[in-house]
Design a protein around this ligand. Structure first.
Ligand code: HEM
Length: 455
């Protein structure tokens, strides 16, 4: 700690603790609106209590970097994890400390750039196969479609399983699991941390369904013994060269596989859904995207080698995740007192950093609600603070699937948009549902138009 940080004694501004309970309900009703209002009213460091729990919302990229990167050892994830652990066990999202560090080392090679490059063809082929069921004039729920597509892609790349039936079984169980953590349960999650509410029967049931499928896949992989090129093979083969040289137990592989399955499809599906929505509302941007796809791909399907040429497609994805960050808030619990923006924040405070809030801040993104992919031109980008945009988090606990997700989103968007233009069905209500990820509450009903038919 520097002298300056030690000297900071001022308490951050915020509302009086007296209304902590009504405030918890206000947060639960509209978490994004509530979070924006706190930052707007109290500034870059806002302290408030929700029910029994003290929170500090940090909205300055420098403070966010401090928590996620520079002083990351002073923070644990903590928030809401007890409940998530009952489903995910000690997977990468939920574990902490030395155990997490070892697992991250073991899992990292599975996300190596070269390894991931091998999944590009699967991503394109699955997107193309999915769209082969589309008919011009059809109306579809694109949120559901993208969820099915990204689930199938993760199923193939993670489990080397092309059995769509199985993927949808896992998908249905995962959806149940997500529902357990969303909306009405958010309140429960905050309280559960305090009073240790026991898991309910539904969660146990969901877990059993998922376990049966995943353990069978692990058994099959172990029995065949060879590297099938999928993530599960990598996890089974991983050895901790820096540690005692041992690998993962079946239970650990199960926790990681399930975590990656859950973390890896819903986020990407939401990002793609919001992207199609934004394109439907911004025809000029859509035209520019089509022009790039036509110029780079002509009549071909995209491949890994096209990625460096698909600049605009890449910028569309980045801008879409700015406006609709699939993970809209990150939390950490402080182990010791720390300072942010010159204020002292006590140990045990839950620190919140909201991608939604920061990425809509006009100080970093003028006219913040405008969808403008050109914000991602290198010059514009280099003028901004790195942590004014953090859809994948940051520091040692940054999303392990970032490269996988970026590649998947660009390739899937390119494959689908080269042939299809999607129009929002008039009157369809577009509402945010900020649960674990940012979903469209009523799905996204869109009408399919064939752009032009080639080959
Ligand atoms: C657009 C897509 C995605 C977004 C926006 C996203 C976002 C995030 C964020 C914000 C975190 C950090 C959470 C925190 O610090 O509290 C995270 C962690 C993680 N993500 Fe992603 N993610 C995406 C896709 C994926 C994919 C495709 C995979 C796997 C195939 C994945 C696997 C993980 C895992 C395992 C972690 C935990 C990492 C650790 O703590 O070591 N994610 N993700």
């Amino acid at each position: 700690m520097t002298t300056a940080t030690l000297a900071a004694t001022a308490t951050p501004p915020g509302p009086s603790p007296r209304l902590a309970w009504p405030r918890l309900f206000a947060f639960n009703r509209d978490p994004i609106g509530f979070t924006m209002a706190m930052a707007r009213t109290y500034g870059d460091v806002a302290a408030y209590q929700l029910g029994p729990q003290p929170f500090a919302l940090l909205s300055n990229p420098e403070d966010i970097r401090d928590v996620l990167v520079t002083n990351n050892r002073n923070f644990v994830k903590g928030v809401g994890l007890a409940r998530a652990k009952r489903l995910l066990g000690e997977g990468l999202l939920t574990s902490e400390g030395d155990f997490w560090r070892r697992q991250r080392r073991l899992a990292q090679p599975a996300f190596h750039r070269q390894r991931i490059a091998g999944y590009a063809n699967t991503m394109v082929a699955y997107a193309e196969r999915h769209a082969s069921r589309w008919q011009p004039g059809d109306t579809r729920d694109i949120a559901e479609e993208m969820m099915a597509l990204t689930l199938a892609i993760v199923g193939k790349t993670l489990f080397d399983s092309d059995v769509e039936g199985e993927a949808s079984e896992v998908g249905a169980a995962l959806n149940d699991a997500i529902a357990l953590f969303s909306d009405s349960n958010r309140l429960l999650m905050i309280l559960a941390e305090q009073v240790g509410i026991q898991q309910n029967a539904r969660l146990a049931q969901t877990r059993n369904r998922l376990d049966a499928i995943i353990y069978r896949m692990i058994d099959e992989h172990r029995a065949s013994g060879d590297d099938r090129g999928d993530l599960l093979s990598m996890l089974l083969q991983a050895h901790d060269a820096e540690g005692d040289g041992s690998g993962m137990t079946d239970q650990q592989v199960r926790d990681e596989a399930l975590t990656i399955f859950l973390a890896g499809h819903e986020t990407t599906a939401n990002a793609l859904t919001w992207t199609f929505y934004l394109l439907s509302q911004n025809p000029t941007v859509a035209q520019q995207l089509y022009a790039e796809l036509d110029a780079v791909l002509g009549k071909r399907l995209p491949t890994m080698d096209d990625l460096p040429q698909l600049h605009y497609t890449d910028m569309v994805i980045h801008e879409s995740m700015r406006l609709y960050p699939p993970a809209w808030i990150i939390g950490r619990r402080a182990l010791n007192d720390f300072t942010a923006g010159g204020y002292r924040i006590p140990a045990n405070t839950t620190v919140l950093m909201s991608q939604w809030q920061v990425q809509h801040d006009p100080r970093f993104f003028p006219d913040p609600y405008r969808f403008d992919p050109l914000r991602w031109l290198p010059e514009a980008r280099s003028r901004r603070h790195k942590y004014s945009y953090f859809p994948f988090g940051g520091g040692p606990r940054q999303c392990i699937g970032e490269q996988f997700a970026l590649m998947e989103m660009v390739l899937v968007l390119a494959t689908l948009a080269r042939r299809w233009r999607l129009h929002l069905v008039p009157g369809h209500p577009v509402t945010l549902q900020p649960s674990i990820t940012l979903r469209p509450k009523h799905g996204m009903r869109m009408r399919l138009e064939r752009r032009h038919s080639h080959g």
